[in-house]
Ligand binder design. Structure first.
Ligand SMILES: Nc1ncnc2c1ncn2[C@@H]1O[C@H](COP(=O)(O)OP(=O)(O)OP(=O)(O)O)[C@@H](O)[C@H]1O
Ligand SMILES: [Mg+2]
Length: 255
């Protein structure tokens, strides 16, 4: 039998009072697949992410991660299983340096174990290894020279990169990126596209990408899911979605 999909979302519904933000959305994501989630403002993209990452408890439906039900688990529990995300509006500690911000993300794995408390020395070695890896990733994303700067003093685009490095540093199986290209220069966007593709192709990470930068979507996504008013209106390869009438209407209807 084939492996279960990395992520299987079934009939997810999220309500805020009388508002149905996500109205019965289903989709699957395989390991190594890059899937973009697009749609007009307020379509429910971030809310759907929140449900998958545990930041919102869905009112109905099922979310399976490697075959295991995760709907209603905490973000911490989901990240321990290998699901990581970035936030649309940052989420860095402004007073900590870029490097420290990445390490904070890693401590979920490195420092949380009871064994780490018992065996201080191996924990210290893990710390050194984590710091090296964090630096390496910062360089890889083109911001190695900013490692010691306070996150709050970085430009919007640089903060974005730090956030992405923080998510990557944990070797996630599933990566959720909420508008990662906002505030990035064209060069940084290209770097980001390369990193996203490499993660999927060489490390088999499944990637869900919310993005308004359509050229990035078209250049990296294997599949594009379109949401409109909480519903899925398309789920197809990028070139098909580009020509889809329902998609055009979803955008033009809100222009
Ligand atoms: N915490 C909340 N409480 C109440 N309503 C919310 C909450 N979060 C989102 N909403 C509403 O749910 C709907 C979907 O919002 P969501 O943020 O998921 O949209 P989005 O597709 O991410 O939009 P954008 O492209 O602007 O980021 C919107 O009508 C929004 O106002
Ligand atoms: Mg959003």
């Amino acid at each position: 039998m084939a492996d279960p999909p990395l992520l299987s979302v079934r009939n997810i519904e999220v309500r805020f009072g009388g508002l149905v933000a996500v109205a019965g959305v289903s989709f699957e994501l395989r390991a190594g697949e890059i899937c973009a989630l697009i749609g007009p403002n307020g379509a429910g993209k971030t809310t759907l992410f929140n449900a998958v990452s545990g930041n919102v408890v869905p009112d109905a439906g099922s979310i399976r991660f490697r075959g295991e039900e995760i709907a209603g688990l905490t973000p911490h529990e989901i990240s321990a299983l290998g699901g990581r995300r970035t936030f649309q509006n940052g989420g860095l500690f402004p007073e900590l340096t870029a490097l420290e911000n990445v390490l904070v993300g890693l401590h979920v794995q490195v420092g949380s174990g009871f064994l780490g408390l018992l065996f201080g020395s191996s924990s210290a070695r893990a710390e050194v290894a984590a710091t090296e890896r964090a630096r390496e990733l910062l360089w890889l994303m083109g911001i190695g020279h900013l490692a010691e700067q306070k996150a709050g003093e970085l430009s919007g685009g640089q903060q974005r990169m730090v956030e992405i490095v923080r998510a990557l540093a944990t070797n996630p199986l599933l990566l959720l990126l909420d508008e990662p290209a906002v505030g990035l220069s064209p060069t940084a966007r290209q770097q980001l596209a390369v990193v996203i593709r490499n993660l999927a192709r060489t490390r088999n990470v499944g990637i869900l990408l919310i993005e308004h930068a359509i050229e990035l979507v078209m250049s990296v996504a294997d599949r594009v899911i379109v949401l409109n008013e909480g519903r899925k209106v398309a789920d197809a390869p990028p070139e098909e979605v580009r020509a889809d009438r329902a998609v055009l209407e979803a955008y033009l209807g809100h222009a």
